[in-house]
Design a protein. Structure first.
Lengths: 114, 113
């Protein structure tokens, strides 16, 4: 098992609400990337944080935002939730700045939007 | 834009047989190709990876081949076992500050005992 943890495990929200998901990266890793995995699909890249700065973003609207803290843990915030936001949200930590380093995924947060 | 196609979407094999999953990528600058195994309700786990300067890599029953000219890469599992049953994802990434992964849509492998 990797040292990457996520909370909460499951979450149920209603349309229009806001949600914050959390990720603790593996010890020694300074990069966290977030992915959205809809049912039956591959993970889709949302964005990535390297040393507290966003250094890449996928095709997701601005209501998806994030933070990385000095201890390299990270948050994903989603505002104005829509039904299509229902998915498994995965974070992955890695050691950035050294090339395509292995991504170690957390167990994910399953978000259901009603 | 960047895209990774993965085939087949489902694959059933008899225990002991081989399984092959194929991926095609669109970004010719891609240089790293990991494969992940995801069991039901669990996190994706890296099982093997290959870099663009290598044509083939093997780890026990698992091997990956890369054809840069055709922009294809494949996962080969030999002597399949029931515990190999899972969803497998290929991914590709290009040399950039982000190294974001572009994932395929997944292959559900069922190994029949």
């Amino acid at each position: 098992e990797t040292g990457v943890t996520q909370s909460p495990t499951h979450l149920i929200k209603t349309r229009g609400q806001q949600v914050t998901l959390r990720c603790s990266s593996q010890s020694g890793h300074n990069t966290v990337s977030w992915y959205q995995q809809a049912l039956g699909q591959g993970p889709q890249f949302i964005f990535q944080y390297y040393r507290e700065e966003e250094n890449g973003r996928g095709n997701f609207p601005p209501r998806f935002s994030g933070l990385q803290f000095p201890n390299y843990s990270s948050e994903l915030n989603v505002n104005a939730l829509e039904l299509d936001d229902s998915a498994l949200y995965l974070c992955a930590s890695s050691l950035g700045g050294v090339g395509p380093a292995d991504r170690f995924f957390g167990p994910g947060t399953r978000l259901t939007v009603l | 834009g960047e895209n990774v196609e993965q085939h087949p979407s489902t694959l059933s094999v008899q225990e002991g047989d081989s399984a092959v999953i194929k991926c095609t990528y669109s970004d010719s600058a891609s240089n790293y190709f990991p494969w992940y195994k995801q069991e039901l309700g669990k996190r994706p786990q890296l099982i093997i990876d290959i870099r663009s300067n290598v044509g083939e890599k093997k780890d026990q029953r698992i091997a990956v081949t890369l054809n840069k000219t055709a922009k294809h890469f494949s996962l080969h599992i030999t002597e399949t076992q029931p515990e190999d049953s899972a969803v497998y994802f290929c991914a590709a990434t290009r040399p950039s500050g982000t190294y974001k992964y572009i994932f395929g849509t997944g292959t559900r492998l069922k190994v029949l005992a």
